[in-house]
Design a protein around this ligand. Sequence first.
Ligand SMILES: *Cc1c(COP(=O)(O)O)cnc(C)c1O
Length: 389
Amino acid sequence: MSQKFIPLSVPNLKGRELEYVTEAIETEWVSTGGRFVDEFEQNIASYVKVKGAVSCQNGTAGLHVALQVCGISMGDEVIVPTMTFVAAVNPVRYLGAEPIFLDCDDSLCLDVEKLRTFCLEECEVVEDKLINKKTKKQIKAVVAVHVFGNMCDMEKLVEIADQFYLKIIEDATEALGTFYTEGTLKGKYAGTIGTAGVYSFNGNKIITTGGGGMIVSNDEQFLKRAKHLTTQAKSDEIYYTHDEVGYNYRMTNLQAAMGLAQLEQLEDFIETKKINYLFYKRELDAVDGLSLLEFRKNIRSNYWFYALFVDNPYPLNRDDLIKHLGERKIQLRPIWDLISYQKPYYMNQTYRIEKAKTYLRHVVNIPCSSNLSKEDVQHVINCLKASGV
Ligand SMILES: *Cc1c(COP(=O)(O)O)cnc(C)c1O
């Protein structure tokens, strides 16, 4: 019998998706009006315990708008991690601003201690503004990416951002459902700690609407402006008066119908992902040269992606392992190439990028879909073990 293909991360649509989407189609509310869009916004907001949410076409659009509402514009600078998906950085450029790249720590998220020394050594505070000594430009914000469902060290980041007049935009596209279980931020969800947070409902994320995103915030004014920008900046609905350049970024009722059904299952997905993570971890940590990276201790992670660190004495290097398991119909994916190495950004300023270079060479993501059976996980483990002997 031939082994079935085990993909890295695929949607799990076994809830009420078809029922809700059918309702949207039968009632002919398929565009940006309709009950599901508002309901999905409200349900996301109440799930992560924030004042409100603004739906978007995707997470990238959400980040674009969130940065703009934060006041990022032409000539500004924004601190970003180099170890991330490019969509966390591109919106900075959409606005005519420039990213400055920082390292990651062992959580794979932004190294906040290096952020602190960067601000102390490379910048100066002038009239409540953080000024980059090198370029004389103002650094207005930091994009905190919660990589793979982990949490950036938000306790320290909030303190540093306060000290240096930085706004925090949380790229929580991978971390819907992650929250602090201890400490000063106990009970706070990823995405709800900074000025604004953004979720993504792309096909590979923990819940999906095919494509979609959501901006969340506790600041009513922020939410109002975000909604305004995502809906063509109409100041008068009837006469089509526009008071600024807006975007057609609002989610459709079809997407939201799916999202609503997906959100009903989110806690179940997290439970399954946690069980599979712990199973992988117990088995793979016992293999010489393999270790599954951990999530921060003081959080309940959403366990979105599993990051396997491959090193000596494991006999295959990371890239050979990917090839080897690919031949066995198991999809592995290397962690993203550093954004500061990429063609659009290699000229940008970087600061002490060290750890990211190591993780770049050694980390691979292994299958993590919430519909993986225990047998599927066992099969992946067996193949990883067999490749190691
Ligand atoms: C998925 C993702 C995004 C973008 O979300 P889309 O909905 O695909 O536009 C941004 N940042 C990170 C880190 C992501 O993983």
